[in-house]
Design a protein around this ligand. Structure first.
Ligand code: ADP
Ligand code: MG
Length: 174
């Protein structure tokens, strides 16, 4: 499975989708605790990128406030993932690159190493980096629909690891 779309009629649907995606990410990271998953969040202002990231980070077990990284460019969240036989500690990094003044500002800010750490990165406004970011495993595109609360989300796998993740994620939505 390398791509699928889902229509969300209201915010609760987006929340449920983010929650299910977080469960798959959690399972993947428990199985492969040293892996890093790179996820882009693309779409216009107000499309729901931060909202999706917030439900995802809370869905995977972070207890506390998930702020928009608009001013800091990056917020990090330590996560403890627990299964019956294992406990895994990983980190989520949530970026919003909208306010970068030049495409390489993320490197100058010392963020490069975050893309290798066990866990995952969520990147809003990746286009601001003008192709300088490491490759995305999964690209998530969000767009607003006719109704105020309607959104369409498209998930596309861009690497073998991304395909593995979407294959775990997609079937139950059919
Ligand atoms: P972005 O980060 O893409 O600029 P935000 O997540 O900050 O967007 O804002 C999206 C806004 O739309 C939030 O106020 C959220 O409550 C609202 N919203 C309404 N319906 C939905 C939906 N189905 N999915 C996501 N957000 C929604
Ligand atoms: Mg945002």
């Amino acid at each position: 499975m390398d791509s699928f779309s889902q229509h969300c009629r209201q915010e609760a649907d987006t929340a449920a989708l983010a929650q299910r995606f977080s469960e798959i990410l959690g399972q993947f990271l428990i199985a492969k605790p040293s892996s890093h998953i790179n996820i882009s969040l693309e779409g216009d202002l107000g499309a729901g990128k931060t909202t999706f990231a917030r439900y995802l980070i809370q869905g995977i077990g972070y207890v506390g406030r998930v702020k928009s990284p608009t001013y800091t460019l990056c917020e990090l969240y330590p996560l403890i993932l627990v299964s019956r036989h294992k406990k895994v500690v990983v980190t989520a990094h949530h970026f919003d690159l909208y306010r970068m003044r030049s495409p390489l500002e993320w490197q100058e800010a010392g963020f490069s190493e975050y893309f290798d750490l066990p866990g995952f990165c969520l990147i809003e406004w990746p286009e601001k980096a003008d192709g300088t970011l490491p490759p995305f495993d999964v690209q998530i595109q969000l767009s607003a629909g006719m109704d105020d609360e309607a959104r369409d989300l498209t998930f596309t796998a861009r690497t073998d690891q991304g395909i593995q993740i979407l294959t775990m994620f997609a079937p139950t939505t059919l």
